[in-house]
Write a protein that binds this ligand. Sequence first.
Ligand code: F6R
Length: 261
Amino acid sequence: MEIIILPTPADVGRVAASLIARVVNEKPAAVLGLATGSSPQDIYRSLAARVEAGELDVSQASGFALDEYVGIPLDHPESYASVIARDVVEPLGMDPAKVRVPDGRADDIEAATREYDEAIAAAGGVDIQILGIGANGHIGFNEPTSSIASRTRIKTLAPSTREANARFFDDPADVPTHCLTQGLGTILDAKAVVLVAQGAGKADAIAAAVEGPVSAMCPGSALQLHRHATIIVDEAAASKLTLTEYYKYTYANKPAFQRFE
Ligand code: F6R
């Protein structure tokens, strides 16, 4: 894992966007793995600014969202289909026909989730997967004890996840109880992953994911098994890491050919 510690949340978004822009510039028809929630918002804003400035063209890229709620209408403003359309597809100028979100309304959930993994494989696999992390260590909605080999499937949201996401809904009771999520095994199949976290509320999860044992109790720790995982955090989210000086030293001395800023 490469750990990059930066002063502010805006720096986190800018540097993660640089990494993603490099992937797209090298491969215009790249397959992007898309996260929702607050964490990647600065990434999407920074990418949109590059598109606006004519420095980046994402129109040939395709995308697969990490997850979707079960039990809310597709056109609900907080369905991840709506969020991805509003926060990613429109501002980045992606082709809506090339961006998929798991179908949380499918009659046959098992077939829909199996078909989602098949569609990712048929697209050639995800070139770069964007991730946030929950305070409980989840990535996607792979809650603690999720199998590290898991594929896209239906999951029950942890009560703490429903509480954390209540801010997006008028009434906490409206937060769905279930979701479809790419599995940890699905995420590990991506060719590269970039996980971003900001704020002290993520410090325990980052410490467990980066420096703890690989354990289903902290699903983010599964990324230790990935060959190309980049973790970009601000100082507050890094505050419970122990090898902080080492990570900063390593990043400051990164070989020029590996730099993406
Ligand atoms: C979102 C997702 C989740 C979030 C995580 C952090 O698609 O899969 O894992 O990344 O819950 O959420 P925020 O960024 O809102 O703190």
